[in-house]
Design a protein around this ligand. Structure first.
Ligand SMILES: [Fe+2]
Length: 178
């Protein structure tokens, strides 16, 4: 059996033991680029967090935060652009649709995830505005940090749910005894 031109990790009559062969196959499989993008986004999210924390730390030490604040704002802007491109690619290249063809029962969950995109974009835009208006005010940057933390958690859960759909789609497509 093949999925979109990719072969599963099994030989006929040879069931995979555990998830390791499936994980290996996913790394080469139809959703490889999608998973790699999620990993890249996770790194950008972590980097943005540490840049925002750096601003608060400078303000704690009563040091001028100009450069750190500029970097934090730029990082938020870059993350906003990266997310816009990522969501557009997900919707445009139809990764979720492809997964749903393989596992139609996730249709409702996928629809909810698609709606998340708009909300997450709104939040990151608001965050960028907050950071732009925060100046050198410590409390304002603490608000940026807290809002960012809550945004990053939602984004992480969102991406995990998408990863879960693509993994399950592949598993269902392989199917028991297929
Ligand atoms: Fe995603």
């Amino acid at each position: 059996m093949t999925v979109h031109g990719h072969s599963p990790p099994t030989r006929p009559g040879d069931e995979p033991r555990g998830l390791a062969p499936i994980r290996r196959w996913l790394r080469r499989g139809p959703f490889h680029g999608w998973q790699r993008e999620h990993a890249g986004l996770r790194r950008s999210v972590a980097q943005t967090r540490s840049d925002v924390v750096a601003v608060v730390k400078r303000l704690d030490r009563k040091e001028a935060p100009s450069r750190a604040a500029r970097r934090g704002r730029k990082r938020l802007e870059a993350l906003e652009h990266a997310l816009a491109a990522h969501f557009a690619a997900e919707e445009g290249e139809g990764h979720l649709e492809q997964a749903l063809q393989m596992a139609p029962r996730f249709a409702n969950q996928a629809e909810r995830l698609r709606r998340d995109h708009g909300n997450l974009m709104r939040e990151i835009r608001e965050l960028r505005e907050l950071a732009r208006n925060a100046g050198h005010d410590r409390e304002a940057w603490v608000v940026v940090y807290r809002s960012y933390d809550s945004f990053a958690e939602k984004l992480e859960l969102h991406d995990q749910a998408e990863n879960e759909i693509m993994t399950r789609a592949v598993l269902e497509d392989i199917g028991p005894g297929d």
